[in-house]
Design a protein around this ligand. Structure first.
Ligand code: GSH
Length: 214
């Protein structure tokens, strides 16, 4: 049995969707950001960074959304969330999984948490710089999908597409929402139609974002 420590719409949502893709038994444990529970002593024992997600796997707390996605894909090969080890698509899947989390996820972290840098808010110049980096990354991924899509790995859906869709959703209130890039939007249309995504949104109460219908 897995236990997912989550907050609705946060970086835990991809792990939640992956758990639903695997069909495996899991429990959800809300970490209430409104009550600052992520920084409470109890939660910090599970995740010293004070962030979600944390997944308890065989009684061990594991952190970092990308690591959890890879771990679950490895433990549940029947869900076909990743190309098998040793096949040609595996390196691409590893690359996208890590790149999305470290690069795009890192940029969003900067965008949403000026407090990480000890600031209450950014200057206009700083906010513009982070926004441009996020938009540049989305532009590049859209170009990749135009050439090699419809999914990140071509014709095969993988967990990396769930990650990408989560990061697209986070731009919904930004000056340029991710759905304005045509190939990204097309990918999000496919991913958000999956039963796992629909169920995850239902459970987490997320009804404020949709890809534009073609
Ligand atoms: N690299 C981490 C980032 C996790 C992260 O930034 N989580 C945010 C929500 S999206 C969080 O827990 N924020 C609460 C806080 O920092 O106080 C991951 O992908 O797991």
């Amino acid at each position: 049995m897995y236990v997912l420590y989550y907050s609705p719409g946060s970086a835990s949502m991809v792990v939640h969707a992956v758990l639903l893709e695997t069909g495996t038994l899991h429990q959800l444990q809300l970490v209430d950001f409104g009550r600052n529970e992520q920084h409470g002593a109890g939660y910090l024992k599970l995740n010293p960074t004070g962030m979600v997600p944390t997944l308890v796997v065989d009684n061990v707390a594991v952190q970092e959304s990308a690591a959890l996605v890879m771990l679950l894909a490895e433990r549940h090969p029947e869900a076909r969330l990743a190309p098998p080890a040793g096949t040609s698509g595996r390196a691409e899947w590893l690359k996208w999984t890590v790149h999305l989390s470290s690069h795009l996820g890192g940029l969003y972290r900067q965008w949403f948490y000026p407090s990480d840098l000890g600031m209450e808010d950014y200057s206009v110049a700083m906010r513009d710089a982070v926004r441009m980096k996020i938009e540049g990354t989305l532009e590049r991924i859209d170009g990749h999908l135009a050439q090699h899509g419809p999914y990140l790995l071509g014709n095969a859906f993988s967990s990396a597409d769930l990650q990408l869709t989560m990061y697209m959703r986070w731009a919904r209130n930004m000056p340029r929402p991710a759905t304005t890039w045509p190939y990204l939007n097309a990918l999000a249309l496919r991913v958000t139609a999956r039963p796992s995504w629909i169920q995850m949104c239902e459970i987490e109460g997320l009804h404020d974002w949709a890809a534009a219908q073609a």
